[in-house]
Write a protein that binds this ligand. Structure first.
Ligand SMILES: [Zn+2]
Length: 156
């Protein structure tokens, strides 16, 4: 199951201009110099792609988008540029957009929705807002195209 999603996600990431390395990196999940995402799980990789899509241009050049450490197993210290309420709002947007991408790719997005503590009502409200975002529209379309392409490849 993972491999199937990893393929389509890597392909979508490439369209965004990013590389997904399906390995754990204990220094960062987003490495800006090589525009690389290090994640082993498809949901997590989409969450990082979503972070890239919603991040301010200046934060895209920072490891983990300037959000610092999400996990205690990461070593070293990362610059924290995005903090407080801005960090929370950024995290909520990345969560929503990542789940929307999971939905597009036919993944079990309800699992992530519950894991990120959204109620269905809250998620739908946030989703409607993100779906109207001009800078994201193009990427949702490309994701749908990639998902359809993957479905056709699987059935042929
Ligand atoms: Zn995040």
């Amino acid at each position: 199951m993972h491999a199937q999603f990893q393929k389509v996600i890597s392909s979508f990431a490439a369209r965004v201009g990013l590389t997904v390395v399906w390995e754990h990196n204990d220094k960062c999940m987003w490495e800006p110099k090589t525009k690389t995402i290090y994640r082993t799980d498809p949901s997590d990789a989409l969450h990082e792609i979503a972070h890239y899509l919603v991040a301010a241009t200046k934060h895209r050049t920072l490891p983990n988008f300037g959000l610092g450490h999400d996990y205690e197993f990461l070593v070293g210290s990362l610059r924290e540029e995005v903090t407080g309420i801005t960090a929370l709002k950024t995290e909520a947007r990345a969560s929503c957009v990542g789940i929307m991408l999971e939905e597009i790719f036919g993944m079990d997005y309800h699992k992530t929705m519950h894991f990120h503590s959204w109620t269905l009502e809250e998620y739908n409200e946030a989703k409607n807002k993100e779906a109207r975002d001009r800078s994201l529209k193009k990427w949702f379309k490309i994701a749908m195209w990639e998902a359809e392409n993957a479905r056709q490849q699987r059935s042929s």
